[in-house]
Write a protein that binds this ligand. Structure first.
Ligand SMILES: Nc1ncnc2c1ncn2[C@@H]1O[C@H](COP(=O)(O)OP(=O)(O)OP(=O)(O)O)[C@@H](O)[C@H]1O
Ligand SMILES: [Mg+2]
Length: 225
């Protein structure tokens, strides 16, 4: 299967991709990563950390569906970190053609919510995902969940933005997103995770919860051990 980590702009996407990968491996899954962001920070993380649990293939190509996807081992969980959907729409379009599950990283703040739902320039991501259906074998858009990150403990903003996303905005006319109950907290240990070993509890616990939730939702295969 293929999971894509998407975001409209810089939102913590690579952090979530990498720490989810560690959590999948901890849960016993065979994982392979693909770095489809030309900044190549996921690939550098795997090179530098020492304990990164799998290979990361460089795959920042708009021919992702034609050139990268057919070569994958589809019995493993393949995870792709995509660059900004705003700046690399061609690569994101190609990933959306073949992906099984989209995790969309979003912080519960007004600028991030606006960039997702009503960008001043470019196509809203909901529309990009919907129109991918035309090129997919199933004819349906991929299962997509918003993963709220950088959530401040005790703050009201995660609930507020989760409600706006779930309900289609204030007047209910926008896209209604599925939102995961797992929230990634705002933590220094997570802020500094990219490029370093996964050796702190805060780099593990929320992502283990994410794997548990995705398994419960029926989106992950049985772990090998
Ligand atoms: N849970 C968190 N708590 C605090 N800071 C975080 C958290 N997750 C990410 N960050 C911070 O957010 C910033 C962006 O993270 P990251 O590089 O993962 O995002 P990205 O979406 O991959 O960015 P890019 O657009 O460069 O690919 C970084 O400064 C990182 O330290
Ligand atoms: Mg990144």
């Amino acid at each position: 299967m293929l999971i894509a980590s998407l975001k409209p702009r810089t939102m913590g996407g690579t952090t979530n991709t990498g720490l989810l990968t560690y959590a999948l491996a901890r849960a016993g899954h065979l994982v392979t990563c693909y770095d489809a962001d030309e900044s190549l920070q996921l690939a550098a993380w795997a090179r530098d950390a020492g304990d990164f649990p799998c290979e990361v293939h460089v795959a920042d190509t708009p021919a992702f569906a034609e050139a990268v996807y057919p070569e994958m081992d589809h019995d493993r969980i393949n995870v792709v970190d995509a660059g900004h959907a705003e700046n690399h729409p061609d690569i994101v379009d190609s990933i959306l053609e073949v992906v099984d599950l989209v995790l969309l990283t979003l912080s519960p703040t007004n600028p991030d919510y606006e960039r997702l739902t009503k960008p001043e320039r470019g196509t809203p991501l909901a529309k990009v995902i919907k129109r991918s259906a035309a090129l997919r074998a199933s004819g349906q858009p991929p299962a997509t969940y918003v993963l709220l990150n950088r959530c401040q403990a005790g703050a009201s903003s995660p609930r507020k933005y989760a409600d706006l996303l779930l309900n289609g905005g204030k007047d209910g006319t926008d896209h209604k997103w599925s939102v995961l109950s797992t929230q990634i907290p705002r933590r220094e240990g997570i802020a500094s995770a990219v490029g370093f070993p996964c050796n702190k509890p805060e780099r593990k616990k929320p992502y283990d919860a994410l794997v548990t939730e995705l398994t419960g939702l029926g989106h992950l295969p049985q772990a090998r051990r």
